[in-house]
Design a protein around this ligand. Structure first.
Ligand code: BEZ
Length: 236
């Protein structure tokens, strides 16, 4: 793998996800190549055997089928080694019960990154926060290997996994129906029709009975929840 020790380098939205080959709890992976054709969420956590990370892994693992149904695979990473990962995940399964979750098996791959090569490549190391631990970064990568969204949280803040799922479904809906999604959108809510490119087109939109235009730049339309879910979720 090409060395890049610059912690200031970060991939951006719209760019190809940086490539790497890594050892994981599920064997070697070649990212994003192995994930072509499906969405993936590559996320980092600061360290194994820590409480916030444990709560996050249990939550994410318990939602894995839901993400799978939305054609999205999960890939975790921390700068710990493989044996630490394996021991931690075994402890979670055997001993930790939290918020009704127990006997949780983490089936998605967890990358070992002792050299911090992958974490550095993805801008997961933030020295102002920690020199030795990755922050809680989340990269959404689409089926073509393009980074579509990035979310960062500090060490002390556990992520909201419902929001990660919501963001995934919203991006897939935007792609499928050529629309945008407003604040706090969920399937079944009205969607945003992107602003018209000319005055004539804007006027036409204002008169369009299918649209609800608050003004020339702000039009919404109905998008049926079942239509969204049918287009996005794999049939069980
Ligand atoms: C945690 O996961 O509990 C944690 C990890 C690193 C720093 C602070 C908290």
């Amino acid at each position: 793998m090409e060395e890049n020790n610059n912690v200031n380098v970060m991939p951006r939205i719209g760019e190809k996800a940086p490539e790497f080959v890594a050892e994981t709890t599920q064997g070697k992976i070649n990212f994003p190549k192995d994930y072509k054709g499906s969405w993936s969420i590559l996320f980092s956590h600061p360290a194994d055997f820590t409480p916030v990370c444990t709560s996050e892994f249990m939550t994410f693992a318990s939602m894995e089928d839901k993400f799978e149904e939305a054609n999205c695979k999960l890939v975790g990473l921390s700068v710990d080694g493989l044996y630490s990962h394996i021991a931690w995940l075994r402890t979670i399964k055997e001993k930790i019960e939290y918020k009704g979750m127990k006997d949780i098996e983490v089936k998605f791959p967890l990358i070992e990154d002792i050299t911090m090569e992958v974490a550095t490549k993805y801008g997961m190391m933030m020295p102002g926060e920690s020199n030795t631990k990755a922050v809680r970064a989340v990269f959404f990568v689409d089926p073509k290997g393009i980074i579509r969204a990035i979310i960062y949280y500090p060490l002390s803040l556990g992520r909201n996994f419902d929001e990660l799922y919501r963001a995934l479904i919203a991006m897939q809906t935007a792609d499928e129906f050529g629309i945008a999604t407003p604040a706090d959108w969920r399937p079944g809510d009205d969607v945003i029709v992107s602003p018209a490119g000319s005055c004539g087109a804007a006027k036409e939109r204002m008169d369009d009975k299918e649209l609800d235009c608050k003004d020339w730049f702000f039009c919404t339309k109905k998008l049926d929840k079942d239509k969204v879910l049918k287009a996005i979720l794999k049939k069980k």
